[in-house]
Write a protein that binds this ligand. Structure first.
Ligand code: LMR
Length: 337
């Protein structure tokens, strides 16, 4: 007869068995889990790309792989996520190209140089060509493998005061990502750059810890930064995009057939993410204009020329850090020399 006591004992025993199974070695038919951590909202180009990868990876491997996507810095913030990847606490990330400096790989900061990419086409000649490949090779001795470049878009500048001419930046505290190129950019505009994790930007803007920032519209809108920034200039002065990266040991240790299916899923997710990036940013800008909390300024030709002049020194200032040769190669491929 099953009494309450035997039922409880049986349940406790089952619980123990289950927890031992969870703690013990993976069984042959346990799915391989990929934790994919990122810092932006699900409804951004990167967020949607990550979700697409999950869908395709699980489909192509017939469930042998499970992808767990953790958006919005839920699991790790900017700097922590790279450490977590190296330690194997997560398997996949897509940090912005501006965030590899603290890892000891400075080359990716070439993507932050102001006005180096006139448009997405110029950018793709770099990311889809030999330069993109060479840059990924720099990650190997950090225990990281680069899988793909994902687009976001061109940045706009925002603050609570109008930002029409370079002089308007004088003394403003501007949040930046960890890139030294972005630090030089803000210094050359006369602003005071402050490195800060993405997850902290909204609150810092709201409380006045910083006065302004730069981001593509999709990030600005999905983090509601437009609610705490009265002015923005559609400057498109620089690019923000991502490297999708995996823990090398994890990736190299996968069975060949699984790695093949995951590569196929990543290639398709990349086409998808890059296919929606511009449209997502255009839509976000329209939505922010409609929300009416921020005044969006379209630059005049004279204003743009003044920004270009003010930001021109950044390339020389950064050539020792990034490498004059790399800057030249990127300028040549992008057609912006
Ligand atoms: C930022 O920190 O502004 C961006 O890198 C966030 C992101 O991942 O798009």
């Amino acid at each position: 007869m099953i009494t309450r006591r035997t039922a409880v004992a049986a349940a406790a025993g089952l619980g123990l068995v289950l927890s031992l199974a969870a703690a013990g070695p993976a069984l042959a038919d346990d799915p391989i889990v990929i934790k994919f951590s990122h810092v932006v909202a699900p409804g951004t180009p990167k967020g949607r790309g990550a979700d697409k990868f999950k869908e395709l990876a699980e489909k192509y491997t017939n469930g042998k792989v499970t992808v767990e996507v953790y958006p919005n810095s839920q699991l790790y913030k900017d700097k922590e996520e790279l450490e977590a990847l190296q330690l194997g606490a997560v398997q996949m990330l897509a940090p912005s190209l501006a965030k590899f400096g603290p890892l000891g790989v400075k080359d990716f900061e070439v993507f932050d140089l102001p006005y180096i990419f006139p448009n997405y086409g110029a950018l793709h000649r770099v990311t889809k060509g030999p330069i993109g490949k060479e840059l990924f090779e720099k990650l190997a001795d950090k225990g990281i493998t680069g899988l793909a470049y994902w687009d976001n878009g061109f940045k706009i500048m925002s603050a609570n005061s109008p930002l029409h001419m370079p002089d308007d930046f004088l003394g403003l505290k501007m949040r930046i990502q960890s890139s030294k190129v972005l630090e030089a950019e803000m210094n050359d505009l006369g602003a005071v750059p402050q490195v800060m994790a993405f997850s902290e930007v909204y609150q810092a803007l709201q409380t006045g810890v910083v006065d302004g920032t730069e981001n593509p519209p999709s990030n600005m809108y999905t983090q509601k930064m437009n609610e705490v920034q009265k002015h923005a200039t559609i400057s498109n002065h620089g690019y923000l995009g991502y490297a999708v990266i995996v823990n090398k040991k994890f990736w190299d240790g996968l069975p060949d057939d699984i790695r093949g299916e995951l590569t196929k899923a990543m290639d398709e997710a990349t086409d998808y993410a890059n296919g929606i990036a511009k449209e997502e940013n255009d839509k976000a800008l329209e939505a922010m204009k409609a929300a009416g909390t921020t005044e969006f300024h379209e630059m005049t030709d004279d204003e743009r020329a003044a920004w270009v002049t003010a930001l021109k020194p950044v390339r020389d200032q950064m050539s020792d850090r990034i490498g004059a040769d790399l800057i030249k190669k990127v300028e040549y491929a992008a057609g912006s020399s």
